[in-house]
Design a protein around this ligand. Structure first.
Ligand SMILES: *Cc1c(COP(=O)(O)O)cnc(C)c1O
Length: 392
């Protein structure tokens, strides 16, 4: 394999709920969730059944034919959101590619093809394709891959005046993560999304949301934009929507999808029967109001325990941030040291930008998992304390 990842040598053999088991019998509490993917934990019976039932019938036919599971999932996503149109993909980056193309094509279809530029935000992460690394604008991901794709104007996250100043005659859209994930679990400031919505309306721009990480129940609403009381024009979704099966979706209003007519876009695998069976099964559970209510309660409990952890380890933990079960621990030590100490203590987490450690547990964890997480993180912080005192 290309050595593009600094992998640990853990090889997991099976998972059950929030737990992962290695081939040699060790057990880990999984608060990494495959990077915000396994919203219902591992081997959830409803998802396993949906996938295996479908696997007995039909795996793949291509988008040359009607896929009834996809028709159904698209209809349900439209009923649950602002959207009227859906395009299914295999990943988050592809959902963003579709979102970017849809926004550009909209203006082109309206006779303004020059309005192809999109305003994006510092610290953003939108994927690893050539267009999405240009949209994300992070040097470390762009370096060495030739000229960045043109058409993206980056401004500081949360800076409304900078957004206003960046709007020009070629601007067609604003693209934002309601909560930056990779960038360090940073929520947009209160009122920011609403202000962007107003700016978009005033200037004829499309508001494009990247909810690949913060969507599908992660913040305690089905989609994070619901907290802001606004609707976008286009939205990219992935990660949680497949619960571990690779899939994504680009959602759009009827008006915003105006240019996406026959032949304008495609995907061989996107929306295949296996993915659609699992996507529908995930929605069966996650879209239930009682489930989302439980996510909000669980998030409150977890946040309370983490506040205690911060009080116990002020030399290791600087701040707890994020929304719902998209939690960030900003550390006073190197974030990767806490991730490593967590692993030693039997809990898996993920590093993010801004020296943050991400906690992305399954959305259906309970008191027992929260207690285990607290105990393991407490052990990890205790192990780091001497090092933290030395650097202080
Ligand atoms: C993970 C992620 C992506 C990219 O998704 P892939 O499935 O890795 O292509 C895009 N946007 C956000 C916010 C993400 O967290």
């Amino acid at each position: 394999m290309m050595p593009t990842y600094a992998r640990t040598d853990f090889a997991f053999e099976r998972g059950e709920g929030a737990w992962l088991y290695t081939e040699d019998g060790r057990r880990f509490l999984d608060f990494a969730g495959g990077i915000a993917v396994n919203v219902l934990g591992h081997a959830h019976p409803h998802l396993v059944k949906a996938l295996t039932d479908q696997a007995q019938k039909l795996w793949h036919v291509s988008n040359l034919y009607t896929i009834s599971g996809g028709e159904r999932l698209a209809r349900r996503l439209c009923e649950l959101t602002f959207a009227d149109r859906v395009f299914f993909t295999n990943s988050g980056a592809e959902a963003l590619e579709c979102a970017i193309k849809t926004a550009r094509k909209y203006h082109s279809a309206n006779g303004q093809p020059e309005r192809f530029r999109i305003i994006t935000f510092e610290g953003a992460f939108h994927g690893r394709t050539l267009a999405t690394i240009a949209a994300g604008g992070q040097k470390k991901y762009l370096e060495g891959f030739g000229p960045a794709m043109p058409g993206f104007d980056q401004v500081p996250f949360g800076d409304l005046d900078a957004v206003k100043a960046a709007i020009g005659p070629e601007t067609g859209a604003i693209l934002i993560e309601p909560v930056q994930g990779e960038g360090g679990m940073r929520a947009a400031p209160p009122g920011f999304l609403r202000a962007l919505r107003e700016l978009c309306d005033a200037h004829g721009l499309l508001l494009v949301l990247d909810e690949v990480q913060c969507g599908v129940g992660r913040t305690g609403k089905l989609f994070a934009y619901e907290w802001a009381g606004i609707v976008p024009d286009i939205m990219a979704v992935a990660k949680g929507i497949g619960g571990g099966f690779p899939m994504g979706a680009c959602l759009a209003s009827e008006a915003a999808a105006k240019g996406m007519t026959i032949g304008t876009h495609g995907s061989t695998y996107g929306g295949n029967p296996l993915a659609m069976a699992v996507g529908n099964a995930v929605l069966d559970i996650v879209a239930e109001p009682a489930f989302l209510e439980q996510v909000r309660a669980t998030a409150r409990d977890l946040r309370q325990r983490l506040a205690e952890l911060k009080d116990r380890h002020p030399d290791v933990i600087e701040e707890i941030r994020g929304e719902g079960l998209l939690v960030g621990i900003r550390t006073r030590v190197a974030n990767t040291d806490l991730v490593a100490a967590g692993r030693e203590a039997g809990i898996l987490t993920v590093a993010a930008g801004d020296n943050v450690v991400r906690l992305l547990p399954p959305l259906n964890i309970g008191d027992a998992e929260i207690r285990e997480a607290y105990a393991r993180l407490d052990a990890a912080c205790t192990a780091l304390a001497p090092a933290a005192r030395k650097t202080a």
